[in-house]
Design a protein around this ligand. Structure first.
Ligand SMILES: Nc1ncnc2c1ncn2[C@@H]1O[C@H](COP(=O)(O)OP(=O)(O)OP(=O)(O)O)[C@@H](O)[C@H]1O
Length: 238
């Protein structure tokens, strides 16, 4: 079963002559363990797509099924979207938005507590997760004391805390040097494989493209799959 199943999802802002068709009818299926990259110029609809998938900004039309649950079918389906997001979707943004006065461990634990874990249980699981991300030794540090790459790993820990079926990321490696960026990609792959999560990442970071299973290019609200075996196409979309 696919983790993400989109059918004819579109987004139009405004009406009549002023209408912006930010996302033309788009269908997409992402399997467990699959890493998907979304490329495309500024304003092509990448953020619109991520916001629609997570129903942070519901689309104008279409059907969205995540982890077997129909969240949207040309309108809301009655699912509690906020609770669903908290349990099933992890977000990683370029600006990691860690809470500055909480330690690395507390930042991760907070997500678990929001989902009902006790403080003690959340602390224990957050520490395990940071160990897994090779950040256990910095568990008690405040974000300001961590390097950019370390902060990014804490943000990844936070996104993964509830073992989400789907991870949505916006430029997770752009602020990192190649070595750290490669490590973050490796982590995403490891998690996707071990947990069967699907990962959809907006990226302009061409250094990392090889790390993805599937690459889509967006242009003016239209999404097309990039055939990486064809150098012409791959270059045209680079
Ligand atoms: N809430 C909104 N109201 C009106 N227009 C919007 C809204 N959100 C996005 N748009 C428009 O929709 C189009 C797609 O925007 P989107 O943010 O999805 O692009 P993007 O590919 O993510 O760009 P970037 O790489 O710059 O983040 C743009 O023309 C944008 O101006």
């Amino acid at each position: 079963m696919a983790v993400v199943e989109l059918t004819n999802v579109s987004q139009t802002f405004g009406e009549g002559e002023l209408a912006v068709h930010a996302l033309k009818p788009t269908s997409l299926s992402v399997e467990p363990g699959e890493l998907v990259a979304l490329l495309g110029p500024s304003g092509s609809g990448k953020s619109t797509l991520l916001l629609a998938i997570s129903l942070i900004q519901p689309p104008t039309t279409g059907r969205i099924v995540i982890d077997g649950q129909t969240l949207y079918d040309n309108g809301p389906t009655g699912v509690d979207e906020r609770a669903f997001r908290l349990r099933k979707i992890g977000f990683i943004f370029q600006q990691h938005n860690l809470i500055p006065f909480l330690t690395a461990q507390e930042n991760v634990a907070l997500m678990l507590q929001l989902n009902g874990a006790s403080r003690r249980e959340a602390g224990r699981r957050a520490k395990d997760l940071l160990d897994y991300l090779e950040m256990g030794h910095r568990a008690d540090s405040l974000p300001a004391r961590l390097s950019g790459g370390e902060q990014q790993r804490v943000a990844i820990g936070r996104a993964l805390a509830n073992e989400p079926a789907l991870i949505l990321a916006d430029e997770p490696t752009a602020a990192l040097d190649t070595e750290r960026g490669t490590k973050v990609m490796g982590l995403l792959r490891k998690i996707a494989q071990e947990r069967g999560s699907a990962v959809i990442t907006v990226t302009h970071d061409h250094r990392m493209i090889e790390g993805f299973d599937t690459v889509y290019h967006m242009d003016d609200g239209r999404m097309a799959r990039v055939d990486r075996t064809d150098p012409q196409t791959a270059v045209a979309h680079a």
